[in-house]
Design a protein. Structure first.
Length: 126
Protein backbone atom coordinates (compact mmCIF):
# COMPACT_ATOMS: atom_id res chain seq x y z
CA UNK A 1 0.00 0.00 0.00
CA UNK A 2 1.16 3.56 -0.71
CA UNK A 3 2.79 5.05 2.36
CA UNK A 4 2.13 8.62 3.42
CA UNK A 5 5.87 8.83 3.89
CA UNK A 6 6.39 8.14 0.19
CA UNK A 7 7.26 11.05 -2.00
CA UNK A 8 4.32 13.06 -3.24
CA UNK A 9 4.39 15.13 -6.37
CA UNK A 10 5.81 18.60 -5.83
CA UNK A 11 2.45 19.88 -7.13
CA UNK A 12 0.38 17.97 -4.54
CA UNK A 13 0.28 20.78 -1.96
CA UNK A 14 -1.03 23.24 -4.56
CA UNK A 15 -3.61 20.77 -5.90
CA UNK A 16 -4.72 19.94 -2.34
CA UNK A 17 -5.09 23.62 -1.38
CA UNK A 18 -6.96 24.43 -4.61
CA UNK A 19 -9.30 21.53 -3.97
CA UNK A 20 -9.99 22.64 -0.38
CA UNK A 21 -10.71 26.17 -1.62
CA UNK A 22 -13.40 24.77 -3.93
CA UNK A 23 -14.78 22.03 -1.67
CA UNK A 24 -14.71 23.76 1.71
CA UNK A 25 -16.54 21.26 3.93
CA UNK A 26 -16.70 17.54 4.55
CA UNK A 27 -18.85 16.05 1.82
CA UNK A 28 -20.26 13.47 4.24
CA UNK A 29 -21.03 15.36 7.46
CA UNK A 30 -20.67 19.03 6.51
CA UNK A 31 -18.07 20.05 9.08
CA UNK A 32 -15.36 22.57 8.28
CA UNK A 33 -12.96 21.10 10.86
CA UNK A 34 -10.08 18.63 10.43
CA UNK A 35 -10.49 18.48 6.65
CA UNK A 36 -8.52 16.05 4.55
CA UNK A 37 -8.40 15.44 0.82
CA UNK A 38 -9.18 11.82 -0.02
CA UNK A 39 -8.12 10.12 -3.25
CA UNK A 40 -11.11 8.14 -4.53
CA UNK A 41 -8.81 5.80 -6.42
CA UNK A 42 -5.80 5.42 -4.12
CA UNK A 43 -2.44 6.63 -5.35
CA UNK A 44 -1.13 3.15 -4.53
CA UNK A 45 -3.46 1.75 -7.20
CA UNK A 46 -2.96 4.45 -9.84
CA UNK A 47 -0.25 7.06 -9.30
CA UNK A 48 -1.47 9.02 -12.35
CA UNK A 49 -4.59 9.98 -10.33
CA UNK A 50 -2.66 11.78 -7.59
CA UNK A 51 -3.21 15.26 -9.07
CA UNK A 52 -6.53 14.56 -10.81
CA UNK A 53 -9.17 16.89 -9.33
CA UNK A 54 -11.87 14.42 -10.40
CA UNK A 55 -10.26 11.84 -8.12
CA UNK A 56 -10.51 13.99 -4.98
CA UNK A 57 -13.15 14.51 -2.32
CA UNK A 58 -13.01 16.55 0.87
CA UNK A 59 -13.71 14.57 4.03
CA UNK A 60 -13.09 15.34 7.69
CA UNK A 61 -10.66 13.07 9.54
CA UNK A 62 -13.44 10.81 10.86
CA UNK A 63 -15.40 10.56 7.61
CA UNK A 64 -12.16 9.94 5.72
CA UNK A 65 -11.64 6.78 7.75
CA UNK A 66 -15.32 5.71 7.78
CA UNK A 67 -16.51 6.59 4.27
CA UNK A 68 -13.20 6.70 2.41
CA UNK A 69 -11.69 3.52 3.81
CA UNK A 70 -14.53 1.49 5.41
CA UNK A 71 -12.69 1.83 8.74
CA UNK A 72 -9.66 0.02 7.36
CA UNK A 73 -6.75 2.01 5.93
CA UNK A 74 -5.90 -0.93 3.65
CA UNK A 75 -9.25 -0.64 1.89
CA UNK A 76 -11.03 2.09 -0.09
CA UNK A 77 -14.56 2.96 -1.12
CA UNK A 78 -14.96 3.35 -4.88
CA UNK A 79 -18.46 4.79 -4.19
CA UNK A 80 -17.30 7.36 -1.64
CA UNK A 81 -18.93 10.27 -3.51
CA UNK A 82 -22.35 8.63 -3.68
CA UNK A 83 -22.15 7.31 -0.10
CA UNK A 84 -21.10 10.74 1.19
CA UNK A 85 -23.97 12.44 -0.68
CA UNK A 86 -26.53 10.05 0.82
CA UNK A 87 -25.21 10.58 4.33
CA UNK A 88 -24.96 14.37 3.91
CA UNK A 89 -28.63 14.55 2.85
CA UNK A 90 -29.50 12.70 6.06
CA UNK A 91 -27.40 15.14 8.09
CA UNK A 92 -29.13 18.12 6.46
CA UNK A 93 -32.57 16.68 7.12
CA UNK A 94 -32.08 15.41 10.66
CA UNK A 95 -34.93 16.21 13.06
CA UNK A 96 -34.47 18.30 16.21
CA UNK A 97 -36.13 18.20 19.59
CA UNK A 98 -35.91 21.70 21.04
CA UNK A 99 -37.58 22.32 24.42
CA UNK A 100 -40.02 19.48 24.01
CA UNK A 101 -41.02 20.49 20.47
CA UNK A 102 -40.15 18.31 17.49
CA UNK A 103 -38.74 20.19 14.51
CA UNK A 104 -38.27 18.46 11.19
CA UNK A 105 -35.90 20.24 8.81
CA UNK A 106 -37.98 19.01 5.89
CA UNK A 107 -40.69 21.46 6.96
CA UNK A 108 -38.31 24.42 6.93
CA UNK A 109 -36.03 23.31 4.11
CA UNK A 110 -32.30 23.35 4.79
CA UNK A 111 -31.62 25.32 7.95
CA UNK A 112 -28.11 26.62 8.41
CA UNK A 113 -26.29 26.07 11.70
CA UNK A 114 -26.60 29.74 12.59
CA UNK A 115 -30.39 29.76 12.05
CA UNK A 116 -30.71 26.51 14.01
CA UNK A 117 -28.73 28.09 16.88
CA UNK A 118 -30.98 31.15 16.86
CA UNK A 119 -34.06 28.92 17.05
CA UNK A 120 -32.49 26.89 19.87
CA UNK A 121 -31.55 29.96 21.93
CA UNK A 122 -34.91 31.64 21.27
CA UNK A 123 -36.74 28.60 22.65
CA UNK A 124 -34.42 28.37 25.65
CA UNK A 125 -34.42 32.05 26.64
CA UNK A 126 -35.29 32.93 30.21
Amino acid sequence: MYSLLSTRSSKWKTVRNNHLNKQTHCQACGTHKNLQVHHIIPVSIDKTKELDYNNLITLCKTCHFVFGHFMDWNSWNKNVIEDSEVYYRKVLNKPYNLKGQFYDKNIFGIISDSIRNIIFFWHNRS
